[in-house]
Write a protein that binds this ligand. Structure first.
Ligand SMILES: *Cc1c(COP(=O)(O)O)cnc(C)c1O
Length: 423
């Protein structure tokens, strides 16, 4: 049994790809393609890394559910004790529908609508991660009108370079996220004065797919400096939320594992005398990314003078990361064939040149074969769209020998069920 990069439970048994104890080809035959398949054990083991490092401390791991918000995924993490990091009302309702606890929810996001704030106050979320002074004022007013107080943390932009893709780097000065470090004191003074708010913490989130520990330590130091300044002024900051962002292995990346990262952060926190604080993390990708694959069937192969195209039935609407970020994701056959590999561009049927899943991949393929895009558990199904009126894929969760259909494939009638013709 040979495991694939970053994914101990996705492996070869002889020539066949397996997710835990279940064959990828058998799942595709039963449920059709494109099909997302997740290993439950991989998700729980990824979480266990954070939990081991944080054992014995007051802490909360809030799964950043925008990475994959399917109910059964949320249920898996809720049962394992997780809270959730949400960025929209729909995500809050999903947490509740999956049996999650509102009191373990942190509500992030650079723009929250009043109805979203109201609902979050009504169900009693743990904290609002606030990103502007204007939002502090609105939230305070809303809480007062409901005769409640809103627990708040300010998302501080520590101005550190996470050294990742510009679209997923969020902790630098020039970007839309957070409150600039040098304005944070003033914003906290305002929060402390507003009658509808309780200051409960501080947070940051410096980016995504981060593969080094250094940027986290830099951000931590800047947050601890601020906490010390705030507490010097009598504004208590009970919890410290270091966000998410830890990277995974797509091909040859070598991110630290979560346990190592958290242990190093804890060492710094303790060394600076902040070990008593409640600690929050908001991991998304690192909990689910390597746990999922996308299975797709080869429709046609086209050999050209410059390029060979392998046209598959999954497309950019199913998996946006290559088109959106130029992301490289490993692609393997579900059943290995003998033969001399050729170089293929693996592309979908959508009418956009950006519709590709992988470029110059050495594969032995024939029409009718199935391929699996690896590390497709995060920012994959949750970003899927209906572009080209393509129904969204089905999803299966594997747990040992058991496979459960956790989301049915969308049908075409559903795609236009809410549309109206004009007279
Ligand atoms: C997206 C996001 C996360 C999760 O990021 P990952 O890279 O998936 O770990 C955490 N916190 C906030 C505020 C986010 O926007």
């Amino acid at each position: 049994m040979k495991a694939l990069p970053g994914a101990p439970h996705i492996h070869w048994r002889a020539a066949d790809l397996f997710i835990e104890g279940v064959s990828a080809d058998a799942l595709a035959a039963a449920h059709g393609t494109p099909l997302y398949v997740y290993s439950r054990r991989s998700m729980l083991e990824a979480l266990a890394g954070y939990q081991r490092a944080l054992a014995g401390r007051r802490h909360l791991v809030c799964y950043a559910m925008k990475a994959n918000s399917t109910l059964a995924v949320l249920q898996t993490f809720a049962r394992a004790g997780c809270g959730f990091d949400i960025v929209a009302l729909g995500e809050l309702e999903r947490v509740l529908a999956a049996g999650g606890d509102a009191a373990k929810v942190v509500f992030s996001g650079v723009g929250k609508r009043p109805d979203e704030m109201r609902r979050a106050l009504e169900v009693g979320v743990k904290c609002f991660n606030v990103e502007s002074e204007a939002e502090l004022a609105t939230l305070s007013g809303m809480a007062m009108s409901m005769a409640r107080r809103a627990p708040v943390s300010l998302r501080v932009n520590p101005d550190v370079d996470a050294r990742t893709h510009p679209y997923i780097s969020t902790g630098l000065k020039g970007n839309k996220f957070g409150i600039a470090h040098d304005q944070a004191l003033a914003a906290y003074r305002m929060a402390a004065r507003l009658p509808g708010l309780d200051v409960v913490g501080i947070d940051c989130h410096i980016g995504s797919q981060i593969t080094e520990i250094g940027p986290y330590l830099d951000a931590l130091d800047r947050l601890l400096d601020l906490i010390e300044a705030l507490e010097g002024e009598g504004i208590a900051i009970p919890h410290l939320d270091l966000g998410g962002g830890l990277g995974i292995t797509y091909t040859d990346e070598t991110p630290p594992d979560a346990e190592l990262l958290v242990r190093q952060l804890l060492a710094r926190i303790d060394a600076r005398g902040h070990g008593h604080r409640e600690l929050l993390f908001e991991p998304g990708r690192s909990l689910v990314g390597n746990a999922g694959i996308l299975i797709t069937e080869v429709l046609v192969t086209k050999r050209g003078s410059e390029k060979n195209f392998c046209i598959v039935d999954a497309a950019m609407n199913d998996l946006m990361r290559p088109a959106m970020y130029g992301a490289t994701m490993a692609i393997v056959p579900c059943a290995l064939r003998d033969g001399e590999p050729e170089l293929w561009d693996v592309v979908g049927p959508v009418c956009e040149s950006g519709d590709w899943l992988g470029r110059d991949r050495a594969l032995v393929v024939e029409p009718g074969d199935r391929l699996a895009v690896l590390s497709a558990g995060a920012y994959a199904m949750s970003m899927a769209s209906n572009y080209n009126s393509r129904p969204r894929a089905a999803e299966v969760m594997v747990d040992g020998e058991r496979a459960v259909l956790i989301r049915e494939r969308e049908n075409i009638a559903e795609l236009f069920a809410r549309e109206h013709l004009v007279d």
